[in-house]
Design a protein around this ligand. Sequence first.
Ligand code: SAH
Length: 219
Amino acid sequence: MDDALTGARERMVEQQLKERGIKDPRLLDAFRKVPRHEFVPPELAHRAYSDNPLPIGEGQTISQPYMVAVMTEAADVQPGDKVLELGTGSGYQTAILLELGAEVYSVERVAQLHRQAHDRLSRLNYSRWKLKLDDGTFGWPEFSPFNSIVVTAGAPEAPTPLLEQLALNGKLVIPLEEHFSQVLYTIVRTERGFERHRGERCTFVPLIGEHAWKHDPRE
Ligand code: SAH
């Protein structure tokens, strides 16, 4: 692989992740392994390791590396865990979860992104993943319960089907609140009910579906 890209990836891990407090060595290693430049449109490959989200077509984005790290850390993924992801997008977050040893079920509502992510994950030889083209706010009941659910789009409230499909001690990581500005919440299913932990402010594209925003205000 191109040395310049390898160097850029190592700098991303050092400056954007480690220096901002991401410590888990397994997580940092996952970011060292996944070739992020393969997950962006070819004309943006030279910007793949920059400190921001990038457009991936269809009005959607691949999240900023740091935000992917914060969400993955909050999801507390262990090898062998079953993880549901909403918003496959480029498939980058899916690949990070796979590098951590999870079995990943990921749902995307835009056909072209779903198809491209499918081709990309196959081409990069990842295994133990399933992608579905659907409204992810219904979850994926056949494969539930999940140890973690990671939602990479912003919702007004946690979709009820997702709460129902969480395993005991499972974690739902989801940006909530307004259309254009959210707070990252981690919701844990305990024996006493659901515990909500408020995290940092963030900006995501909207989660559009039956149990979220009913339509994209940008369309
Ligand atoms: N995890 C992605 C980020 C994609 S951005 C990555 O690493 O590249 C969020 C994605 O959520 C978009 O692709 C958008 O189309 C998708 N999305 C929005 N609402 C959805 C829904 N109800 N079900 C599934 N996907 C949805």
